[in-house]
Write a protein of this length. Structure first.
Ligand code: PMV
Length: 348
């Protein structure tokens, strides 16, 4: 190992799943394949400062700052991450790290920072590794960055590239892997270019159910097997939809995925309701608006109360007016974030 100190910075986005990952096994392997739009504006910027240590400690040593302030609340998660990845990046024990991170979206907005944060950190570590192995191929760099990000948070594996990333093996999608995310390999209709996602912040509090607990709920779940089969079928159906640009079929599939994710939580033991009354108000308003206007606006949900409003770029002006006029009243502090499907992480 060539001892040198330095600093590396990556900006990495969050992503929103269309076919949801819910249920895992082994070392962060998904029970079903998923696909997501990589976001553009919701991102984390992480600077990793590294310095060689003379006598490596038993554990990788680091300190962590959020917006310039010590952030002990992330310590346990990052420590677990380093422990998991040590076998894949043996050099990390020979360094002392200082992690400086900040998010473009408000802290505790209910937007998961784990996908953007873990992918940004994984990319910083890969840049250090590439420094030690300068002939590393670009494709290997991206796959391993995604592989490492996955070990931090499953969905983080889908934030390296964009705008559509598949994670999890699917028989009909060549190159798909349980171990890392790969760009969706087939034709994508023009209508999905820079597909819009406006995130309505219904509830900004801490997550009621951590995703670790959530994935655990799929073990011994009465409907688990049917759900995993359905996710595979939906991913296959999306192939035709992405190709033809059939937005009616897109809407039906994506909204069903969102509601199924929540149905899984409502029917697990213990059970949870992660939607809030305002989540349902928004969904009903979207359905009303669509019926009245012929708009192709739709929604999806994460494991929380916020609503992601999805629509083609050509409808931007109208849908934003609808959101500002009729939906923002259901958001905490009337707040929403405009975003769209972007290209993935960039080194700064
Ligand atoms: O990456 P995790 O373990 O936080 O799980 C994320 C799960 C969902 O956001 C609900 C769905 C998904 O595919 O991103």
């Amino acid at each position: 190992v060539k001892a040198s100190s330095g600093s590396v910075t990556w900006q990495s986005p969050s992503n929103i799943a269309l076919v949801k990952y819910w249920g895992k096994y082994g070392e962060q392997m998904p029970k079903n394949p998923s696909v997501s739009f990589t976001l553009n504006n919701c991102h984390t910027v992480t600077t990793l400062n590294y310095e060689p240590v003379e006598n490596p400690f038993a554990k990788t040593t680091f300190e962590i700052f959020l917006d310039g302030n010590p952030a002990p609340e992330f310590r346990e998660k990052i420590e677990g991450f380093f422990t998991r990845i040590e076998q894949y990046l043996p050099f990390i024990k020979n360094y002392k790290f200082s992690i400086e991170t900040s998010n473009s979206f408000p802290h505790s907005s209910g937007i998961a920072s784990s996908a953007s944060g873990m992918s940004a950190l994984a990319l910083c570590l890969m840049t250090i590794e590439k420094g030690l192995q300068p002939d590393m191929a670009d494709d290997f760099f991206k796959k391993k960055a995604s592989f490492l990000a996955r070990l931090g948070s499953g969905s983080a594996s889908r934030s390296i590239g964009g705008p559509l990333i598949v994670w999890g093996t699917h028989a009909e999608i060549e190159g798909s892997s349980q171990l890392y995310g790969t760009p969706y390999p087939f034709e994508i209709h023009e209508v999905f270019k820079e597909y819009q996602d406006t995130i309505l912040l219904v509830d900004k509090g801490e997550k009621q159910v951590s995703s670790t607990v959530g994935h655990g709920l799929m073990k011994n779940h009465a409907y688990a097997e049917a759900r995993f089969t359905q996710a595979n079928d939906n991913l296959e159906a999306l192939k035709g939809i992405f190709k033809t640009g059939d937005l009616d079929a897109f809407i039906e599939l994506v909204e069903s995925e969102a509601l199924t994710l929540h149905a899984m939580m409502m029917t697990s033991q213990p059970y949870f309701i992660l939607m809030k009354p305002n989540t349902l108000e928004i969904i009903n308003k979207i359905w009303e608006y669509r019926a009245q206007s012929g708009s192709k606006v739709s929604f999806t949900l994460d494991a929380g109360a916020n609503v992601h409003v999805l629509y083609p770029k050509s409808e931007k002006e109208n849908v934003l007016a609808f959101i500002a006029g009729e939906l923002s009243q259901y958001c905490k502090d009337q707040e929403f974030i405009e975003d769209f499907a972007g290209k993935g992480a960039v080194q700064l």
